[in-house]
Design a binder for this molecule. Structure first.
Ligand SMILES: C[S@@+](CC[C@H](N)C(=O)[O-])C[C@H]1O[C@@H](n2cnc3c(N)ncnc32)[C@H](O)[C@@H]1O
Length: 294
């Protein structure tokens, strides 16, 4: 019988959830990068096929920032919101527009696996654009997740709408959902309240985007990960990020003493994640602390 607590240590040798199945060498999972001290594992490849190799009900929390499928190919967008220089959508092919049916199929496939690997009561946090998050919301409900909150991420220094064609977009929606309707939600409610000066935290998280010394077009601000990880997991827990990008989830998780498995398709981004975890762009400094001496 497979022991759930060993999932993290055994992931290289873990062939599939179905323990009785026989697999050849080509099915072995070899991490692109494994940092034993920081308890970070990074797999280069397609999220869906790697998620399928994780056994049932063994993950404490998932953070996912999946492809948006909403950009017009070939646009070069100038940034002034903390990201490096420009966002050339020619390079970010994962962000290109896709048909609605493709999007539903994609999100259905990975979310089904996400639901299967989450422990009872555990949660998934998903960010997206105002287009993609609508599709994800429907898929979550159809799969039987319990949506707990839509968290509004309010970027105080968001760029203007350059063309003046619509309002300036300053928010992003993050959905927070539980595996299903059963069991107690894994939520450090009291701790988050304490962190918020004794007042219940709202579903609007305000932040200032900071500049990054590396290039990835969609890096999440670490403060968002910090809140999500502190709210939805405990020290020693195992977190999965299936669309790791520049590795913000692992970068923050290691500082908060959580184990983290990341998956990223693009080998260049995997290199970036490795460098980031090894501190080449600076160490992560926790931003929130409870002031015990008030
Ligand atoms: C929105 S970005 C994630 C950014 C990340 N949250 C961060 O802070 O850097 C989405 C990432 O998913 C990756 N991706 C796209 N399709 C994928 C797939 N099928 N499997 C794994 N990663 C994928 C892209 O290469 C991209 O880096």
């Amino acid at each position: 019988m497979y022991k759930l607590s060993e999932t993290f240590n055994k992931l290289e040798s873990l062939l599939c959830a179905e323990q009785e199945a026989e697999y050849g060498d080509q099915n072995e999972l070899v991490p692109f990068y494994y940092n034993i001290d920081k308890k970070i594992k990074l797999f280069q490849g397609d999220a869906l096929s790697i998620l399928k190799k994780i056994p049932d009900s063994c993950i404490d929390m998932i953070f996912a920032d999946p492809p948006y499928f909403g950009n017009q190919s070939g646009l070069t967008i100038k940034r002034n919101d903390g990201h490096a220089d420009t966002f050339d959508t020619q390079k970010a092919q994962w962000a290109y527009s896709k048909s609605l049916s493709y999007q539903f199929e994609f999100h259905y496939a990975w979310l089904k696996e996400a639901q299967r690997i989450l422990k009872q009561g555990s949660t998934v946090w998903i960010t997206g654009t105002y287009h993609s998050i609508g599709v994800i919301n429907v898929v979550l409900q159809d799969l039987g997740f319990k949506i707990l909150n839509d968290i509004i991420l309010y970027k105080k220094n968001a760029p203007p709408n350059f063309k003046g064609s619509c309002f300036r977009a300053v928010t992003e929606t993050m959905l927070w959902a539980k595996k299903n309707v059963n069991g107690k939600t894994k939520f450090n409610y009291k701790y988050m309240k304490e962190l918020n000066g004794g007042v219940q935290m709202k579903n609007i998280w305000e932040y200032w985007a900071e500049k990054n010394p590396f290039r990835h077009p969609a890096t999440k601000q670490p403060i968002i990960l910090e809140y999500a990880i502190l709210a939805g997991s405990n020290e020693g827990d195992l977190i999965v990020d299936p669309f790791a990008g520049s590795g913000t989830t692992g970068f923050v998780a290691q500082e908060l003493n959580r184990k983290c498995i990341m998956i990223e398709l693009d080998p260049d981004y995997c290199q970036l994640i490795k460098k980031r975890i090894e501190g080449e762009y600076g160490e992560y400094r926790r931003k929130t602390k409870i002031k015990r001496d008030l």
